[in-house]
Ligand binder design. Structure first.
Ligand SMILES: C=C(O[C@@H]1C=C(C(=O)O)C=C[C@H]1O)C(=O)O
Length: 463
């Protein structure tokens, strides 16, 4: 294959035969309403490139997830069961499994159909799941039965799923991404200036106190990009952020590298981040530290930040006990920006379902504003596109454990088109130029990959 310019992180042929896999795997059975979900878990002997799995060509749901504080990777393919956030009873029945999905940003507008294929809320049990953890790879194959299936039939159906989802060219990625041929901004710089000035006026009039407004940059590439390659490059950026891809069967991929945890839980223990307030990074260590300190001492940024941290704290107090601020207004240094971050720990009350807490938290003023309803209205009035999964809640729930990021530093990829999103918190002292530059730098994770990094010198207005 290398003569075609491909590289491969694994041998093409699996080292085990299908028969061996079926014989060594472990079956488990789980009730879902009147049917039974059968799961075959197999220890995979051989190396596989988890990024390459995203290049699987059959149209189906695909998920890639790496948390911000773990190297474990989960990849899901196909959809055996798809539920909405309100389908709590069935979500509970599936608590032994990891369901991938989340909630869109609730702005209620997508006239353009940008997000067609993604539901407002979705939680999906994939037919096939790969887990990569501490050097071990497990493959799970799942099927739904009426509960009376024979062992032989189970084996045969697992073999069909295996053949459907594990093609011979599994795990290959291309060495490079296509070049960019054209880029456009929506709104234009002029439109952005008007929008931010109007929002600042509305804040001065007392209509609301903070709103997060966003924009996108569309990159037209020379040809279709290879998702596995994009994710490999995104994951290689050195910072502790979530790395994710959510791909709908039509082929639209929502991908990102978000630093912000919306909610994670383990049993009743929950964790939430509040991030707001931004400066760029500097190559000089002294300048970098100085700008970090400046951020921590800036009234404008403290204001912007505390709308988020106060909201998170109050909300946690109404659903949880023992709410503790683990980190207060500390600097989080990422590759291109530094932020102010506060972190919370709490103990969820037994009667509160984690997804109830997730739905109540989302959207926080880190991506919405304050007060919440007025800010949501302002976003709907000013922005001309549906945010969809951008600024949404994305992650997985697996009964006792769950982890959701805010879907920022993200892009929607469809064939040769990459739409990169970024927003910025607007308060009374905000200026359109500085917020334009802030959103440019926030896009750098993606712009970098296409040789379009926003020049540090151009960004001097971002303090
Ligand atoms: C909205 C975004 O980021 C959010 C807004 C921030 C800010 O205004 O300072 C900082 C971090 C995020 O909570 C984004 O990256 O698109």
């Amino acid at each position: 294959m290398s003569d075609l310019g491909y590289f491969s992180a694994r041998q093409i042929a699996p080292s085990q035969s299908l028969k061996q896999l079926l014989a060594t795997g472990e079956w488990s059975f789980h009730q879902l309403d009147g049917s039974v979900i059968a799961n075959l878990k197999v220890l995979w002997q051989g190396s596989i490139d988890p990024f390459g799995l995203l290049n699987f060509s059959r149209p189906c749901w695909k998920f890639f997830w790496r948390s911000k504080d773990s190297q474990d990777i989960f990849v899901g393919l196909g959809s055996l069961v798809k539920l909405g956030a309100a389908d709590r009873a069935r979500l509970e029945q599936l608590r032994d499994f990891r369901l991938f999905g989340g909630l869109q940003f609730p702005d209620g507008q997508d006239q353009e159909g940008l997000w067609d294929g993604f539901d407002d809320s979705f939680f999906i049990l994939p037919e096939v799941e790969w887990t990569f953890s501490e050097g071990e790879t497990f493959l799970n194959l799942r099927l739904s039965t009426d509960g009376t299936i024979s062992e032989e039939d189970l084996g045969q159906r697992a073999a069909v799923i295996y053949r459907n989802y594990i093609p011979a060219n599994l795990g290959r990625t291309m060495p490079s991404l296509p070049p960019m041929v054209r880029s456009t901004n929506q709104p234009s710089k002029h439109g952005w200036h008007q929008m931010i000035s109007q929002a600042v006026d509305e804040i001065k009039q007392g209509l609301y106190q903070k709103v997060v407004l966003s924009r996108f940059k569309e990159l037209q590439l020379a040809h279709d990009l290879d998702l596995g390659t994009l994710m490999t490059k995104l994951a290689a950026i050195e910072e502790r952020s979530y790395v994710f891809a959510f791909v709908e069967p039509g082929g639209k991929a929502f991908v990102g590298r978000s630093p912000e945890r919306l909610l994670a839980w383990q049993g009743t223990k929950v964790q939430v981040d509040a991030i707001a307030g931004t400066r760029k990074r500097f190559t000089s260590l002294t300048a970098d530290l100085e700008h970090g300190q400046d951020l921590q001492g800036s009234d404008k940024d403290l204001d912007e930040h505390r709308f988020v941290s106060d909201y998170v704290e109050q909300l946690l107090k109404s659903f949880c006990d023992d709410v503790v601020q683990k980190e207060r207004e500390q600097i989080l240094r990422l590759k291109h920006v530094q932020h102010m971050r506060s972190q919370y720990l709490a103990r969820r009350r037994d009667e509160v379902h984690p997804l109830e807490l997730l739905s109540a938290l989302h959207p926080t003023p880190a991506v919405g504003g304050a007060p919440r309803e007025e800010a949501r209205q302002s976003i709907a009035n000013h922005e001309t596109f549906g945010r969809g999964l951008f600024a949404g809640a994305l992650g997985y729930c697996a009964g006792e454990a769950g982890d959701f990021a805010i879907g920022i530093r993200s892009a929607l990829v469809e064939n040769s088109l990459v739409t990169i999103f970024a927003g910025a918190g607007i308060v009374e002292l905000s200026t359109p130029d500085a917020e334009w530059q802030e959103t440019e730098i926030k896009m750098n994770n993606f712009l970098d990959l296409f040789g379009m990094t926003v020049d540090q010198d151009e960004t001097s207005q971002l303090h």
